[in-house]
Design a protein around this ligand. Structure first.
Ligand SMILES: Nc1ncnc2c1ncn2[C@@H]1O[C@H](COP(=O)(O)OP(=O)(O)OP(=O)(O)O)[C@@H](O)[C@H]1O
Ligand SMILES: [Mg+2]
Length: 224
């Protein structure tokens, strides 16, 4: 396997795709061949750029939608439910082999989870199980504001309980002028979780050239 990272978060819509995209672009701009992977994408019937499309655009990869995300569904539901509504079940082995295929020929792979760590991909196989099977360190994306200490510590604890390594927490979008709560949240999470807490500002997603470089620490398995 090439070097990789698994971007998870405290929940849906916290900015996993944006963090994964900025990381993928940073690695690609360093000259690495970057693959991207998302086990399942739901909500494709909704407006806007899909996660696979954003990840492909950011990484410069030529992977197809299917190579990036082997399971793709229209309804904005949990993947296990979206699959059931389509009359199928997500197969862990197909996810693992698709992730291996995506990584082939790449120098680095950036994986994005679905929702948070405890989201079922199938009734008996959570995003956390896939993260453990892939073996990459985690980036945990979280909101900067009120409520984030609890959500982030729960996520870090759930990760560590399964033997997963948390490379860093990323507070996103980090305001230009953070208030006292946001600054305190950053320090409190770092202290209580014993993890580095990085930040990513609000970006113009349409213009990747304006994105700042983003290189998190990746613990035992350095990404670059
Ligand atoms: N740093 C940022 N700069 C600009 N927009 C952002 C930023 N972070 C998040 N957003 C916006 O917030 C929304 C949610 O972000 P994103 O899609 O990355 O979340 P997600 O955790 O990947 O969600 P999902 O669970 O659906 O995969 C998107 O509309 C995205 O464009
Ligand atoms: Mg996403």
């Amino acid at each position: 396997m090439p070097r990789g990272i698994f971007v998870t978060g405290t929940g849906t819509e916290v900015g996993k795709s944006v963090v994964a995209a900025v990381l993928a672009r940073t690695l690609a701009s360093e000259g690495l061949r970057v693959s991207v992977f998302k086990p399942a994408v739901t909500g494709l019937e909704e407006e806007g750029e899909s996660d696979p499309a954003l990840l492909r655009r950011a990484s410069g990869s030529s992977q197809s939608d299917e190579q990036i995300a082997p399971y793709r569904y229209g309804p904005p539901a949990s993947p296990h439910l979206a699959a059931a509504l389509a009359g199928e079940e997500i197969e862990p082995e197909r996810l693992r082999s698709a992730a291996r295929a995506a990584a082939e020929g790449a120098d680095a792979i950036v994986c994005e989870g679905v929702g948070g760590l405890m989201v079922p991909l199938s009734p008996g196989y959570l995003v956390r199980d896939l993260a453990a099977d892939l073996g990459h360190p985690l980036l945990v994306v979280a909101s900067p504001g009120l409520g984030t200490i609890n959500h982030t510590l729960l996520t870090v604890e759930a990760a560590r309980a399964a033997g997963l390594e948390v490379a860093a927490v990323v507070l996103n979008p980090w305001p230009q002028d953070p208030d006292e709560i946001e600054r305190s949240n950053r320090e409190t999470i770092a202290a209580l979780a014993g993890v580095e807490v990085l930040t990513l500002p609000r970006l113009d997603l349409a213009d990747p050239r304006s994105w700042p470089p983003f290189s998190p620490p990746t613990g035992r398995k350095p990404l670059t």
